[in-house]
Design a protein around this ligand. Structure first.
Ligand code: ZN
Length: 634
């Protein structure tokens, strides 16, 4: 039984299908109608906004047997081949996978030959900012004098990293984030077409969580459809995504406004007992405070993609805070989210932050440091009532912190992180320290690297998932990259932090069970999100990583996760293969300078520790997992 992921099935096939990018589809359609076809396009914009889809539609528009036409038929041989990725005239190059050196060299050779059976040769270069300087130079030569039958489409999430010389030769199109409303209506349309029953609130919740990316939205809908029996309800979505929910957040906000430390901590404890994720609590709380802040300032939250609170709640709760206080509270929450990643005891970090929010005049770390002590004293001295209250709160804070520390130290299982000695966990090394002392990082846990044995396990995992008919899991991880295998951990990287958290929440146990069956040892799944910020300490270079020669050899022998790849569209296939090809070239944060000077071999080791779930950095709802009818009964 072929299971086709929703986002693949509903990939836009014509300009009209593109959601939220009307400005682009209109301009491109006009250009084709009027025959003003450029030789180079730069598609810039966030992930999941339709850049690659648009590139393929443009390729079809140019090469359709009934064209060039703004409405490619989708049925002729050309259109079909382009959709399948087998056209001899449309080349898709993924610059992220090997930084393009060979491809661009080939490209310079082949670009001058006429198209095989279409009108145009179309080169789609994805993540073009990852190309090496040499590759860019080679590309530039071609862009300077492009043959008449060639169209380049360069796609990037980081346009500022594309050299100006290249940019100046391209027509640039900026893809915008898709709004919650646009995503929601597309979800509603697809749900209807697929005959899925779904509550409006559920779809709206998915749209908000997808954060501007249609692909994530459809992946989440896919998961919800697989895990919900019957109607997709808001409650189900909340469970599947581990959302905290409005009522809890409103309650906590009220307690914060009342400066009731005890209530705040109790609400947090209840949420954790229910299996909610600390990070999620902070993130929803800060979204709600943001809504209050905007409502305070403007009196409305219309047309802002917000947390979807009813007007009366905003009205009531925005009165509880001074205008100056909310931004500081939000800043403090964001600090706490960052601190959590390094904290050996994230729960305490969060509790301290929440307690500080109960006295927001001191909440922001930044301001505390900048403000001389005298000023604080002065400000406080003006109001003796406040002074007394603050003194009391400070005493309470110290007491609770001490108690919590004691409790966590005594009972190792309160925080998963405390189970392992702090020194052996890379995620506990503060960024500043490891940057200054690479030696400190070197003693961190053995680095995960992609090797033959690991790849075999990765392939077998896919096979096992297929054998056991775990279609939802396959749909979820088919775009994941294998990042390595250590004695005790299995690393993979998802397209986004949200998807990583979804895998960890709903499928970790199944995946870990299969890994144990495959390898005979207990492996902990470590799943990171691709869009995670670069905050992790650099990893030591694995001593055993061979130089290019052996690397190529490995690539040549790379095994394919066969069946799943057959269903995967070629452009997605590339990202799956990416992990197999070049582990070391998967650089996330190379800036313009580094790109100029750093030869490929010396590229920084990819960061795969940012935002690790399940590594103790963020406690998992391990024991209190919301029982989902997920893994065993599909
Ligand atoms: Zn056609």
């Amino acid at each position: 039984m072929a299971y086709i992921a929703l986002y693949r099935k509903w990939r836009p096939q014509t300009f009209k299908d593109l959601v939220g990018q009307e400005h682009i589809s209109r301009t491109l359609a006009n250009a084709i109608t009027s025959g003003h076809i450029g030789h180079a396009y730069l598609f810039a914009g966030p992930r999941g906004t339709g850049k690659t889809s648009t590139a393929k539609i443009l390729a079809k528009a140019l090469n359709c047997e009934h064209g060039p036409t703004p409405d490619p038929c989708g049925k002729c041989e050309q259109c079909r081949k382009i959709t399948e990725g087998s056209s001899m005239d449309v080349f898709e190059i993924d610059a992220a996978s090997n930084r393009g050196i060979d491809e661009i060299r080939d490209l310079r050779e082949t670009v001058k030959f006429a198209p095989v059976d279409g009108r145009y040769k179309v080169y789609i270069i994805d993540e073009v900012h990852m190309l090496t300087t040499e590759a860019f130079n080679a590309l530039l030569k071609t862009l300077e004098e492009p043959p008449a039958h060639v169209v380049f489409i360069l796609a990037t999430t980081e346009a500022h990293k594309v050299p100006p010389t290249i940019q100046s030769r391209c027509q640039r199109y900026d893809f915008k984030r898709i709004t919650v409303g646009e995503i929601e209506s597309r979800l509603r349309y697809i749900a209807k077409e697929m005959k899925m029953e779904a509550e409006d609130e559920a779809l709206s919740m998915i749209a908000i969580q997808a954060d501007g990316g249609m692909r994530d939205a459809l992946s989440i809908l896919d998961q919800c459809a697989a895990l919900a029996d019957g109607t997709i309800t808001a409650e189900r979505v909340r469970q599947i995504l581990g959302l905290v929910g409005h009522d809890w957040i409103y309650k906590m906000t009220k307690a914060l406004a009342a400066r009731n430390v005890q209530d705040v901590l109790q609400i947090l404890a209840e949420l954790l007992r229910d299996g909610k994720d600390l990070k999620q609590v902070l993130s929803e709380l800060s979204l709600h405070l943001r809504s209050l802040m905007i409502f305070q300032a403007t009196g409305t939250v219309e047309a802002m993609d917000l947390y979807a609170e009813p007007q009366d709640v905003l009205q009531e709760q925005s009165k509880l805070f001074d205008a100056a206080v909310l931004p500081r509270m939000i800043a403090r929450l964001h600090e706490a989210m960052t601190e959590m990643k390094w904290s050996p005891q994230p729960r305490i970090t969060v509790e301290v932050a929440l307690m500080e929010l109960c006295r927001p005049e001191l909440a922001s770390q930044g301001e505390r440091e900048e403000q001389p002590a005298g000023q604080v004293q002065q400000a406080v001295a003006r109001n003796p009532a406040d002074e007394a209250r603050i003194a009391k709160l400070e005493a309470a804070l110290a007491e609770v912190t001490a108690l919590l520390k004691q409790a966590t130290a005594g009972a190792g299982r309160v925080q998963p992180a405390s189970a392992a000695p702090a020194a052996s966990m890379p995620s506990t090394v503060p960024p500043a320290m490891s940057a200054a002392a690479p030696a400190a990082a070197a003693v961190a846990e053995e680095p995960a690297s992609v090797d033959e044995a690991g790849l075999q396990v990765w392939n077998k995992l896919f096979q096992a998932l297929r054998d056991q008919h775990k279609a939802p899991i396959l749909a979820c991880i088919q775009n994941a990259r294998f990042m390595g295998l250590t004695a005790s951990q299995f690393h993979m990287r998802m397209q986004s932090g949200l998807m990583a958290s979804l895998v960890m929440r709903n499928y970790r146990k199944t995946i870990e069970r299969i890994l144990q069956e495959l390898t005979g040892r207990e492996l902990r799944l470590v799943c990171s999100g691709e869009d995670a910020p670069m905050r992790t300490p650099p990893r030591p270079r694995p001593a055993a990583v061979p130089k290019p020669e052996p690397k190529r050899e490995m690539a040549a022998k790379k095994p394919e996760p066969a069946a799943i790849l057959e269903e995967v569209a070629p452009d997605e296939r590339a990202s799956l293969k990416k992990a197999f090809d070049v582990f070391g070239a998967n650089v996330v944060g190379v800036d313009g300078m580094a790109m100029v000077d750093v030869p490929q071999e010396d590229a920084p080791i990819p960061d795969d520790g940012a935002d690790i779930y399940g590594d103790g950095a963020i406690p998992l709802p391990e024991d209190s997992d919301v029982p989902l009818p997920t893994e065993e009964d599909e």
